[in-house]
Ligand binder design. Structure first.
Ligand SMILES: [Cu+2]
Length: 400
């Protein structure tokens, strides 16, 4: 899969405007008038619900449940331990009850108040895990990001393909807060411990639920009416279902997501051995003439802790295209190939010969790739926006 990203203009946090071949639609580029002081920016209005109904049931995944690879733990053993950990991306009980499916009633404009849990959301980085794995928060509130461990964590939030922020938290007990002003799904990753991954769901109304370990959920005090209900699961996918809610009645909503799972494309790579060339799963897997492949994967033996470009140092002829591919594995993190001073860090300056074109791949998931053609001879040094500060950078020498 090839992706070509356009120019990014980024502010400190949320103001990322992107033209990317598969980005999610972002903020409109027009000016947004400030919200009136009396209502929330989303226009949701709290009012008494006297004749509310509810929606509840079980989210299941019938049939065979894929067994995702265990996560290797390769850093900070005094805090993180050393034992493999089960993937948290797909957890179901014996009867297929699916945990951590998020059920959201869409477009509700008035009704009960936002629960305080969503107004005071927190992610705890605890023994090198995000707790909870799926956290719901109210739009236009702050989420607290806590480091309970006596080691460095580096939390990064992604909305679609865009990084919202990337923050190191070196001190035990440290809490930083970040406000999110757009509803939608956030993917969370630690740049120091690649196996730490989580989700934040930003909601604009209080009618949501996260399914429990048996797949059960319940959404109460919903004003009677017809609704679109979205069911999202980080691994299986997303669907919507129309539901009609009557006063003081529970409307059952039992969904089997097996068709959704069947539609999900087989992952391009299930487990990539470090140092092994693995096809990207598309017909372009074979390098073209004048194309050199650089893989992005973990440092052999580091078990999800350190990442590199392979090869890190390249010499190529002018006119050569370099293709970077993320082969970090299903549980691996996202990487970029970036040579743009706007994103450099003190540890990884962007180096380009005079007259050369800068580049920024965007955040590549496992199996995804990006290319850049080198037309100007000279010496280049590029980096990963997430892991560059932890040693993931490379050089390219282009000769005439
Ligand atoms: Cu990286």
């Amino acid at each position: 899969m090839k992706r070509n990203c356009g120019v990014y203009a980024a502010g400190i946090m949320l103001a990322v405007i992107v033209s990317c071949s598969r980005g999610t639609p972002d903020q409109p580029k027009t000016d947004i008038p400030p919200a009136p002081a009396a209502t929330t920016a989303t226009g949701y209005e709290v009012s008494a619900v006297t004749d509310g109904g509810s929606v509840g049931g079980t989210i299941t995944l019938s049939g065979a449940i894929p067994k995702l690879p265990a996560r290797k733990i390769g850093k900070d053993p005094q805090v993180c331990g050393t034992a493999d950990r089960e993937s948290q991306k797909l957890i179901a009980n014996k009867t297929g009850g699916l945990k951590n499916a998020v059920v959201i009633v869409e477009g509700v404009k008035r009704g009960k108040a936002m629960p305080s849990a969503a107004q005071n959301a927190e992610i705890d980085q605890n023994k090198c895990e995000y707790l909870p794995h799926v956290q719901v928060m109210a739009v236009n509130t702050e989420i607290a990001l806590r480091n309970s461990d006596p080691i460095l964590h580096n939390i990064q939030f992604f909305q679609g393909d865009n990084s919202l922020f990337n923050m190191a938290q070196p001190v035990q007990g440290q809490v930083n807060k970040r406000k999110l002003d757009k509803a939608g799904n956030i993917y969370v990753e630690c740049a120091v411990h690649g196996w730490m991954q989580g989700n934040v769901i930003v909601v604009d109304n209080p009618y949501y639920a996260v399914s429990d370990e048996n797949g059960k959920f319940s959404i109460t005090d919903l004003p009677p009416g017809k609704y679109q209900v979205k069911i999202w699961h980080e691994y299986v996918g997303e669907m919507t279902q129309e539901v009609t809610v009557s006063a003081k009645t529970e409307t059952p909503l039992n969904m089997d997501l097996k068709d959704l799972l069947a539609k999900k494309a087989a992952p391009a790579i299930t487990s990539a051995a470090a140092g092994t060339v693995v096809p990207a799963g598309d017909s372009n897997a074979k390098p073209a003439a004048n194309e050199v492949v650089v893989q992005m994967h973990e440092v052999p033996g580091s078990a999800g802790a350190n990442f590199l470009y392979d090869p890190a140092n390249l010499t190529i002829k002018v006119g050569t295209t370099v293709k970077w591919i993320n082969v970090s594995g299903e549980e691996g993190p996202r990487h970029t190939s970036t040579d743009d001073a706007e994103w450099e860090t003190p540890q990884t300056p962007a180096i380009l010969p005079p007259g050369a074109e800068k580049w920024r791949s965007g955040f590549l998931r496992n199996g995804e790739s990006a290319t850049h053609k080198f037309t100007v001879p000279g010496k280049y040094q590029y980096f990963c926006e997430t892991h560059g500060q932890y040693g993931m950078f490379g050089t390219i020498t282009v000769v005439p």
